[in-house]
Structure formats: structure tokens, C-alpha cells
Design a protein around this ligand. Structure first.
Ligand code: GDP
Ligand code: MG
Length: 172
């Protein structure tokens, strides 16, 4: 069966500097882990086409490109986006605590039903500071799906993006 519908979705990924946002995006789109990425000012956009059920989805995923340092993102970054990945590093407690601020920032600009998923990245590392239950609990409270992922070892990355894409698609 040929997919009938075509939908363009703009997704964004936010979170503290160094949590692995750019790595997650490259793992998802290019199936590679480079390890080192330059932080260039200005958003960069990666595209990927996926098929979900009977729909061809063209995903445009916006990466912050270093501006997360200043926390308050330019509104053009959020504007018109269909969903968001909130990313933190499971070995960095502060990056998890910062999710409250990132979420608050987004909800101040977007509707209440705006699709979001949380990714706890770097689960390949030993020195974990955020236990799964802690992150899971925070997400359940907010009714957000939680994924434990590794951009490095390609664990759960595509699954997480796909769940967000499905949520965003269901609002069309
Ligand atoms: P960003 O600032 O959020 O875009 O983070 P980057 O993608 O630039 O990654 C920051 C650092 O974390 C880099 O040194 C990456 O190699 C490293 N990193 C990213 N993802 C992982 C992961 O899943 N596991 C490990 N061990 N390191 C990672
Ligand atoms: Mg980056």
C-alpha cells in the first residue's frame, strides 16, 4: 500500500549545553556518532522522511546550535513547531533539574496540549546521577513519555523520535 497522506512536521530539541542534543539528532538522522560537535550560533536543521502507517512524514528537526547557553530561546525557534524533545544527561543532575525551566519556557509560548517527550541520554556511562525512577516520576506527573537513551550506542533513539512524531501527527 502506498502511503497516501504527506505531512511536514517541525520538531525541536532543547536542553542544557552538553547533554547530547546534537549527537542524538545525528544518530537519528545519519546513524552515526561523531563524538564532537562545534557549537555554532544559530539553529541548524536536519531533515528525515519516515513513513508512519499511511502517512509520509517529512521531519524537520531544529537544533539549538549553542543558543541553549542563554536559555531563553528566540521565539522563532519554537514558533510553528509541532513538538519538542526535552533532553538531559543522566550523569548530570543539574541538566535534569533544568527541565522544569525548559518546559515552563515552552508552555509559556505553546498550547497546553503541545507534544513533548523527555530523553535521558548517555545511559552507556557508569556514573549515573539521575535514577530512572526519578525521571520517570517527573514525567508521569506531567503526563510526558520518558525514554532512556544513548546517542553513542544508538539505544532507543529512533523509538523516542517516532513517539514524538506520532503525537505531533495525531493533532493533524
Ligand atoms: P549538545 O550541546 O546538547 O548538543 O551536546 P553534544 O551532542 O555536543 O554532546 C556533548 C558531549 O557529550 C560530546 O562530547 C558528546 O560526544 C557526548 N555525548 C553525547 N551523547 C552521548 C552518549 O549517548 N554517551 C556518551 N558517553 N557521550 C555522549
Ligand atoms: Mg549542540
Amino acid at each position: 500500500m502506498n502511503p497516501q497522506k504527506k505531512v511536514d512536521l517541525k520538531l525541536i530539541i532543547v536542553g542544557e549545553l552538553g547533554v547530547g542534543k546534537t549527537s542524538l539528532l545525528h544518530q537519528y538522522v545519519h546513524k552515526t556518532f561523531y563524538g564532537e560537535y562545534q557549537t555554532t550560533l544559530g539553529a541548524s536543521i536536519l531533515s528525515k522522511v519516515i513513513i508512519l502507517d499511511d502517512t509520509t512524514l517529512k521531519l524537520q528537526i531544529w537544533d539549538t546550535g549553542g543558543q541553549e547557553r542563554f536559555r531563553s530561546m528566540v521565539s522563532t525557534f519554537y514558533k510553528g513547531s509541532d513538538g519538542c524533545i526535552l533532553a538531559f544527561d543522566v550523569t548530570d543532575l543539574e541538566s535534569f533539574e533544568a527541565l522544569d525551566v525548559w518546559r515552563g519556557d515552552i508552555l509559556a509560548k505553546m498550547e497546553q496540549s503541545y507534544p513533548m517527550v523527555v530523553l535521558g541520554n548517555k545511559i552507556d556511562l557508569e556514573d549515573r546521577k539521575v535514577p530512572p525512577e526519578m525521571a520517570q516520576g517527573w514525567c508521569e506527573e506531567k503526563d510526558i513519555s520518558y525514554f532512556e537513551v544513548s546517542a553513542k550506542n544508538d539505544i532507543n533513539v529512533a523509538q523516542a523520535f517516532e513517539v514524538l512524531a506520532r503525537q505531533a501527527l495525531s493533532r493533524y
